[in-house]
Design a protein. Sequence first.
Length: 174
Amino acid sequence: MFEPAAVLALLAAIAYAISIITTRKLGKRTNGGSMTLFTLVFFIAAGAVLGLIFSNLQTESPHPSLAFLYREWAAPAPNDWLLLMALGGISGIGFLALSQAYRLAEASVVTPFEYTYLPWSVFWGWMIFGSLPGFTTWIGLSMIVGAGLLIVFREAVMGRRVGRRKGLGILRQR
């Protein structure tokens, strides 16, 4: 059965893939700090526009993912501002590290390292919300990890290795 909310996940995956491709292309002529700044400014602007559009719609949705989009905005509590600032700082550092990684190495080398978000998201979901993924989610997680391992295996069979460029101390693919 088709769920309209599934389109959100598909759109997020497409947008993420476009951002990684763009990072890889721009990385040849732009530094990581500039790319991080532009990424964060774009996310803030796009989030504000989408938030204003969806928050003003008076539409009821039976699906929790879509209902989340239609709810009214609420001002954060004073204590929440510290958490939001910490989240922003951590996200900025993460974007910088990720953009640097994709600038300096091939996507096939960096992407398997990104899969570490899977066990962390399960761990934090359990620690913070007391929730573990359902059976179908475990199947999806297994497919994602399997695809990542397949890429690593394929690269190893093709003889591609990650080495150090002499004098620079940065990773590159040979």
